[in-house]
Design a protein around this ligand. Structure first.
Ligand code: CA
Length: 406
C-alpha cells in the first residue's frame, strides 16, 4: 500500500475501525482509522468510492454511526473492503489528500447513540476476588456458573474517551457506623471491560440463538465502567448496582468490527458444569486481546502500568451473553452496548479494578515517583489500552482515558 505505516500501528489495514470525528468545524462525520490518519468517509463517498454517492454522503454525515450500522453487515463490510482496496493501491491515488485527515487534527466524538446498555459479570477471577472479600467461604454464588450474570445499566452517561469524570457524591456509610452520610465518594475505581455493539435489531419475543449471535454483533469497544465502591456497597442490596455505577462510563472512540478479530478467536476456559443447552457453544468462543491499564497520578505525575489482562480469560463469551440476554424474548436494538464486566486474569498483576489490585484498599499500589494509591484521587488519569496481535498483524482499540475532577 502507498501509505507508509509504522510497524505495530494500532490501526493497520487489517483493522480499519469506525469512528465519528470533526476537525474543529463541529461537523461530525464518519471515518475509518488507518495509522496516524483517518479516512474521511464523507469525502470518500463524494469521490464515488462506494457508488450511490449522495446516499452514502448522507449516511456518513450523521452525528453517530447508528444509521450506517443499521444498513447491515453486507453493506458495512463492503464499505470497509472498498477502503481496504483503495489503501492497497500500489500508488497514492489522486484523491488521497482529500480523503485523509491527520488524526492529530481530529476531535473524536461518541460514535453511537446508545439505546440500551447492559453490563455483565463474566470474569470468574473478578467474581471470585470480589466475592471472597465479602464472603471468604463462599465467593461464587450458586448461579454464577450457570448463567452470565448481568444488570441493566445507564446509557445516557456513557461518554467518549477524554471526557473528564466528576467524582460522584452519594450515600456512604462511614467505617464502623451503621447509618449513611451524604459525601463525595472516597473509593472511586475503574473497571477494565470490553463491550460489544449490537448491529441488528431483534424481534421482541424471539430469542437470538447462540449460533447466530455473531450476526447481531457489529463490533467491539474498549470500556471503563467507573465505579464508586463506597456508594455501591450500601445501595446494591437487593437490586444491584445503581448510583455507584451510573455517573459515568467511558468508551473508546473506535469500534473494531467483529470481522477484523476472526484470526484472534481462541478457546475460552472450560465451563463446568456444562451450561444449559441454549448456552452451549462449540468452537472458539473467546478472543485473545491483550489489555493494559495505566494510572497517571494527577495532575503532573508519570504514567505507571498497573495491570495487564486479556479478554481470553473471560468465562462467559459474548455469544453466551447475548443468547442469555434474549432467551426470555427481550429484544436488542442497533447501537445497544453490552459490556463484559471487569476482566481480571489469574494473577494479581492482571486484576481489572483497584478494588482487587489494592485488595479492598489494604495493599496500596506503588506508582512511579514513590506515589501510592488505593483508589482514584482528583486529578488522576486512568487509561485503558487493548490490542490483539499475531503473525505481524495488530488490531488496536485506541485509548480509553479519563481524568477525575473534584
Ligand atoms: Ca462493570
Amino acid at each position: 500500500m502507498w501509505l507508509s505505516l509504522p510497524a505495530n500501528t494500532d490501526f493497520s489495514i487489517h483493522n480499519l475501525p469506525f469512528g465519528v470525528f470533526h476537525t474543529g468545524d463541529n461537523r461530525p462525520r464518519a471515518g475509518i482509522a488507518i495509522g496516524d490518519h483517518i479516512v474521511d468517509l464523507v469525502a470518500a463517498a463524494e469521490s464515488g468510492l462506494f457508488g450511490k454517492a449522495r446516499f452514502f454522503k448522507k449516511i456518513f454525515l450523521q452525528p453517530t454511526l447508528n444509521e450506517f450500522i443499521g444498513l447491515g453487515k453486507p453493506v458495512t463490510n463492503r464499505i470497509r473492503r472498498k477502503v481496504q482496496d483503495w489503501l492497497r493501491l500500489p500508488e497514492a491515488p489522486a484523491n488521497a489528500a482529500r480523503l485523509l485527515t491527520d488524526r492529530k487534527s481530529a476531535v473524536m466524538l461518541m460514535p453511537l447513540q446508545i439505546p440500551n446498555y447492559t453490563d455483565f459479570y463474566s470474569s470468574i477471577e473478578h467474581a471470585t476476588n470480589v466475592g471472597s472479600m465479602f464472603r471468604p467461604d463462599n465467593p461464587l454464588l450458586p448461579n454464577w456458573r450457570w448463567l452470565p450474570v448481568g444488570y441493566h445499566g445507564r446509557a445516557s452517561s456513557i461518554v467518549a474517551s477524554g471526557t473528564p469524570i466528576r467524582r460522584p457524591k452519594g450515600q456512604i456509610v462511614p467505617k464502623g457506623q451503621e447509618t449513611p452520610v451524604f459525601a463525595a465518594s472516597q473509593q472511586l475505581d475503574f473497571e477494565l471491560e470490553m463491550a460489544f455493539v449490537i448491529g441488528k435489531n431483534s424481534t421482541l419475543g424471539e430469542p437470538i440463538p447462540i449460533d447466530r449471535a455473531d450476526e447481531y454483533i457489529f463490533g467491539l469497544m474498549l470500556f471503563n465502567d467507573w465505579s464508586a465502591r463506597d456508594i455501591q456497597r450500601w445501595e446494591y442490596v437487593p437490586l444491584g448496582p445503581f448510583l455507584g455505577k451510573n455517573f459515568g462510563s467511558t468508551v473508546s472512540p473506535w469500534i473494531v468490527p467483529l470481522e477484523a478479530l476472526k484470526p484472534f478467536r481462541v478457546k475460552g476456559p472450560q465451563q463446568k458444569p456444562a451450561p444449559l443447552e441454549y448456552l452451549q457453544q462449540t468452537g472458539k468462543q473467546q478472543y485473545d486481546i491483550a489489555l493494559e491499564v495505566s494510572l497517571t497520578p494527577g495532575p503532573k505525575g508519570s504514567e505507571t502500568v498497573i495491570s495487564r489482562s486479556n479478554t481470553k480469560y473471560l468465562y462467559w463469551s459474548m455469544a453466551q451473553q447475548l443468547a442469555h440476554h434474549t432467551v426470555n424474548g427481550c429484544n436488542v436494538q442497533i447501537g445497544d452496548l453490552m459490556a463484559s464486566g471487569t476482566i481480571s486474569g489469574p494473577t494479581p498483576g492482571s486484576y481489572g479494578s483497584l478494588l482487587e489490585l489494592s485488595w479492598g484498599g489494604k495493599n496500596p499500589l506503588q506508582l512511579a515517583g514513590g506515589i501510592q494509591r488505593t483508589f482514584l484521587e482528583d486529578g488522576d488519569t486512568l487509561t485503558l489500552r487493548a490490542a490483539a496481535e499475531k503473525d505481524g498483524v495488530r488490531i488496536g482499540f485506541g485509548e480509553v482515558s479519563g481524568q477525575i475532577t473534584a
